[in-house]
Write a protein that binds this ligand. Structure first.
Ligand SMILES: *Cc1c(COP(=O)(O)O)cnc(C)c1O
Length: 355
């Protein structure tokens, strides 16, 4: 195999049980959007089902259908917005909740006599989708007066990890605004917490559901949470080793210079496989547990690493390389680093292996 990601099923289940505790035993909604952050939506959903997750979150209606086509019959919430045609299609499905953020959509549902289940999204500070706070009561009333199939209300935290003084007070403010928005609403599902809400604001979150995404993979923001375990490890094998015969620039743009006689290796994995280009700014991989610096620009299909001089005799072609795991991400100090981005960039050529 050239490049693969190992997903540790047991650790994933363990993390679910830990997150459930952090969410004070609220029901967990497993967010499997974007192909479960790149790992495989159907496979991950089956593991989550085993771990007692019976509500899934996806970004759009097509992703919900992908789960249905794979015979996953649990409730699904489409977290993003939908087009009118999606409401018509969703009507033919069971238990796919759409999210509504505007009166226009509510009118559309009413005028077409649609009984599709939905939840209202309310904007408490993310400034993306959602009804504004001054509209939400009226939206709930509209649904109730017209007997629409309103199942819940939710909001999204925008700055719950990492915690700084200002993000701390901002998140508490968001939670308070949400409390006001759903006061006396009497709906089946009420939720605001994402993973960082569970890991960092456990005692403050409200509602009866908590939405877990990146936390399932052991993270609180881009840092590892010590209460959780590593779930995914991206691996490859050394495909070639060379020695610079003279001082030489490595890769496109010639910005890294190897000195005469320094040894480097080539990995058969590049940015098309998910090696983000910013990893060449201080990133490294592990070969037999030896730290090897990424040198030069990462290419589409290849990446160069420097072999430390004391290990030139022990590192060989075919040696397994740990390219990314939780500890490596946690240790990197690269401003552009984003764990969600690394996971969802995993390319098609990378095999997904569940162990
Ligand atoms: C993606 C998403 C989540 C999951 O976020 P994590 O930070 O990965 O836990 C939760 N809620 C909404 C609305 C989302 O879009």
């Amino acid at each position: 195999m050239r490049a693969w990601v190992e997903v540790n099923t047991e650790n994933l289940k363990f993390n679910i049980s830990q997150l459930r505790k952090m969410a004070n035993n609220r029901e967990i909604l497993g967010v499997v959007k974007a192909n479960a952050y790149g790992l495989g939506a159907v496979e991950v959903s089956k593991i989550l089902k085993d771990a007692g997750v019976h509500f899934f979150g996806v970004a759009n209606f097509e992703e919900a259908l992908e789960l249905r086509n794979a015979k996953i019959e649990e409730k699904i919430l489409v977290l993003g917005a939908s087009f009118e045609e999606d409401y018509i299609e969703a009507q033919k499905q069971k238990d796919i909740h759409l999210s509504i953020s505007s009166f226009e959509t509510l009118e559309f549902i009413k005028n077409n006599n649609l009984s599709v289940p939905f939840q209202l999204k309310v904007d408490t500070g993310m400034t993306r989708l959602g009804f504004n706070l001054n509209e939400i009561k009226q939206a709930i009333t509209f649904c109730k007066n017209n007997n629409l199939n309103l199942k819940g209300i939710f909001s999204h935290l925008s700055d719950a990890a990492p915690i700084t003084d200002s993000s701390y007070s901002f998140t508490l403010e968001q939670i308070n605004k949400f409390k006001d928005a759903c006061l006396d609403c009497n709906l089946e599902y009420i939720h605001i917490s994402n993973s960082a809400g569970m890991t960092n604001f456990s005692e403050y979150i409200v509602g009866n559901l908590a939405r877990a995404g990146l936390g399932m993979y052991g993270f609180s923001g881009d840092k590892k949470d010590p209460r959780l375990l590593n779930v995914f490890t991206i691996k490859t094998k050394i495909i070639h080793i060379k020695k610079a015969s003279k001082d030489s620039f490595v890769s496109y743009g010639r910005y890294y210079k190897l000195k005469t006689n320094e040894t480097y290796a080539i990995l058969p994995m590049g940015y098309a496989d998910g090696m983000k280009k910013y990893l060449s700014k201080g990133g490294y991989v592990l070969v037999n547990n030896i730290k090897c610096e990424i040198i030069g620009n990462i290419c589409m299909d290849m990446t160069m690493i420097k072999i430390p001089s004391e290990f030139v005799n022990s590192i060989k072609i075919g040696d397994e390389v740990t390219v990314i795991n939780r500890d490596i991400i946690d240790s990197l100090n690269i401003p552009e680093l984003c764990t969600w981005d690394i996971m969802t960039s995993l390319g098609r050529r990378v095999k997904r292996i569940f162990v």
